[in-house]
Design a binder for this molecule. Structure first.
Ligand code: FAD
Length: 354
């Protein structure tokens, strides 16, 4: 039996399982390792943290198959030369082929106090903690959200709808929200925040976080909670893996998504060095290609000369439950339609994933 081991039940590995399990060669068995016994809908963690959806809405059951084994546990290290995975409880999982899809965690950019004093929406466990903190705040409390990328925008707007009694400050590093995209999109989001009393602080630079204080440049502000949405990096296990990385610590791969020198090891999703910003969509596009390559290796076929580019459709974001925005095929869509599109994509995703 050939042992294919998948690390992480994220968007990348879910797509791989969906594509291979229906037609798994008789001599291949799959082991999935994750700290949770379900697939987490990370793209919805902002809603979990804001208390607008129940926990059960952001969990999806893992697929079942007679040759799929699920190992629940915390991965401590990938012993790439020994072809084995070490769990924190001492268990080991050996592999012939490996797909690493362990996603990312917050990048605090060495800001003092950020790791210790901020809340996160990077894992389901952290999002639950953030939910507890935010929903227990007294009326009139101030929440600072550091970083006005997609996740910061979605969190600020969802929290506003959930708690109209909180002061919400959204710190944006750029002069305007989503500055790399059309001004119409930025203006639409900014207008929503103005109307809904979310204070957007442009051109900010958070230099320090203390227990109940945040420093923007030299200005100090008293706050009751800080949520960090200001950057990501691959998980620690991947950062500690002794292979070539790019400047964002993501794993450098060949065109078949394999680690050069360790062609039995693939990296998928947020940890992979690809010419696009990390996203669930990208993880899934990459997963499709990994499935093609795996099938070639299982059939002892020559790999394609070149792999096609991964096509991305754009992105969508929500502003609470009724409004949203999308940037698709270089076109900006805003309002109710964009929100319905986003809900529709989530509904389809859940439907396809059982
Ligand atoms: C609030 C928010 C909104 C987002 N919105 C969008 C969006 O609209 N569209 C979009 O395309 N992308 C969006 N993203 C980004 C998207 O969620 C990620 O790009 C995507 O989840 C990456 O998928 P992945 O397969 O790399 O890993 P993930 O989906 O992150 O999964 C990683 C898995 O690895 C497991 N794991 C990690 N470390 C360990 C360990 N040491 N031991 C055991 N298990 C471990 C985790 O439990 C998890 O199941 C959003 C992200 C956030 C935070």
């Amino acid at each position: 039996m050939k042992k294919l081991v998948l690390l992480g039940a994220g968007y990348g590995n879910m797509r791989i399982m969906n594509r291979i399990l229906g037609n798994l060669p008789a001599d291949v068995e799959v082991t999935l390792v994750d700290r949770t016994a379900f697939h987490s809908l990370k793209t919805e963690f902002y809603a979990l943290a804001s208390g607008t959806v129940p926990d059960s809405d952001v969990r999806v059951a893992l697929p079942a198959h007679e040759r799929l084994k699920v190992v629940e546990g915390e991965i401590a290290a990938i012993e790439i030369d020994e072809r084995c995975i070490l769990l924190t409880d001492g268990r080991k999982v050996a592999y012939d082929q490996l797909v690493i899809g362990l996603g990312c965690e917050d990048n605090y950019h060495s800001v003092p106090g950020a790791a210790e004093h901020t809340f996160s929406i990077q894992t389901i466990g952290q999002s639950r903690e953030t939910y507890k903190k935010l929903l227990n705040l007294n009326s009139g409390a101030t929440v600072a959200i550091v970083g006005a990328g997609l996740s910061g925008i979605e969190l600020a707007s969802e929290l506003r709808e959930s708690r109209s009694d909180l002061n919400i400050k959204l710190f944006d590093r750029g002069p305007r929200i989503l500055r790399d995209f059309p001004e119409r999109l930025s203006n639409y989001i900014k207008t929503w925040f103005d109307k809904n009393d979310v204070d957007v602080i442009a051109s900010s630079n958070i230099t320090k976080v203390e227990g109940n204080r945040i420093y923007n440049h030299e200005d100090q502000m008293e706050v009751d909670a800080v949520v960090w949405t200001a950057g990501i990096q691959p998980t620690k296990v991947v950062r500690e893996l002794d292979v070539e990385k790019d400047k964002s610590h993501r794993v450098v791969l060949n065109q078949y998504h394999q680690i050069p020198g360790h062609e039995e090891v693939y990296a998928v999703g947020d940890i992979a060095s690809l010419p696009h910003a990390p996203s669930a969509q990208l993880a899934e596009g990459q997963a499709e290609q990994i499935v093609t390559v795996l099938r070639h290796t299982w059939n002892d076929e020559k790999l394609p000369e070149t792999m096609p580019d991964i096509k991305l459709k754009g992105f969508m974001g929500s502003l609470g439950k009724k409004q949203g925005f999308a940037y698709l095929a270089d076109r900006t869509v805003t309002g109710r339609i964009a929100r319905l599109l986003k809900s529709g994509v989530l509904w389809m995703y859940k439907w396809h994933n059982g």
